[in-house]
Write a protein that binds this ligand. Structure first.
Ligand code: ZN
Ligand code: ZN
Length: 257
């Protein structure tokens, strides 16, 4: 069965253009240099899965025609990945039920703190949470087998997800060797890398390429990109099997043969 992944956002935590920035990238006319905060959509098995829901979610949904979500998957709870979560209330109203949400125990605890009102009788977005108990494994969510791996960024635990031969790994900085076990057989990979150079919370382009080559994927795309270089200029720096993603790009993958 084929699935389709769509990049809803490929920008870093500030998005591109950055507020008030007059650099060449931020003032570029090339639409590929406009990047919403990081998020993606998986359409598979008659279901629509949203990966992360940052502050640009409403605009992403309107621009890319996201009118239905069957489940939300969270990688972690930093602002750029979660600040649009209240917007899911419209799906509760339309479907008449809480929205299924898959996340780690750590992310769940953060949500309980930051969004305490989801758990009260107040009028707010409502969720049906499924918590991942292990570091790596596979979980049925909406009748679909989803693989997951764990890694970290600045002390926060992050979850990466996998559907068949496609995986989405965002905000990776530190990882255990065992991650490669969970990603064995992945042919198409989306992975975060903020800029070509090293940065404290993200992989550099070279580090991302090393990670990609350890899995042996056929094609990889970088996401979570800053305003340091133009879209085309970044591609020139990368080997042919690695490209920079852009908002709206679709990737087809195989879920089950
Ligand atoms: Zn981020
Ligand atoms: Zn700029």
């Amino acid at each position: 069965m084929k699935g389709v992944f769509t990049f809803l956002g490929t920008g870093g935590s500030t998005g591109v253009p950055v507020i008030g920035c007059k650099c060449e990238v931020c003032t570029s006319k090339n639409p590929k240099n406009r990047r919403y905060r990081p998020s993606g959509l998986i359409e598979l098995n008659n279901r629509v899965f949203l990966i992360d829901i940052g502050p640009d979610f409403r605009f992403q949904a309107l621009e890319f025609g996201v009118d239905r979500i069957d489940g939300l998957l969270l990688t972690h709870t930093h602002f750029d990945h979660i600040a649009g979560i209240d917007e899911t209330r419209i799906f509760n109203i339309r479907e008449g039920k809480p929205l299924p949400c898959l996340l780690s125990q750590e992310s769940f605890e953060e949500i309980q703190l930051r969004y305490y009102y989801f758990f009260k009788k107040e009028v707010s977005a409502k969720f049906d949470f499924t918590i991942l108990e292990k570091e790596h494994g596979s979980r049925k969510f909406l009748q679909t087998d989803i693989g997951y791996v764990s890694f970290s960024q600045n002390g926060m635990k992050i979850t990466g997800y996998r559907w068949g031969d496609f995986a989405y790994i965002s905000d990776i900085k530190k990882f255990d060797e065992s991650i490669f076990e969970g990603l064995k057989g992945v042919k198409k990979l989306v992975i975060s890398a903020l800029r070509p150079e090293e940065s404290p919370f993200h992989l550099s382009f070279n580090e991302a390429v090393d990670f990609i080559d350890r899995i042996g994927v056929e094609q990889a795309w970088l996401t979570h990109l800053g305003h340091f270089l133009d879209h085309e200029a970044m591609n020139v720096l990368l080997p042919l099997h690695v490209k920079v993603g852009f908002d709206g790009l679709k990737i087809e993958f195989t879920w089950k043969k």
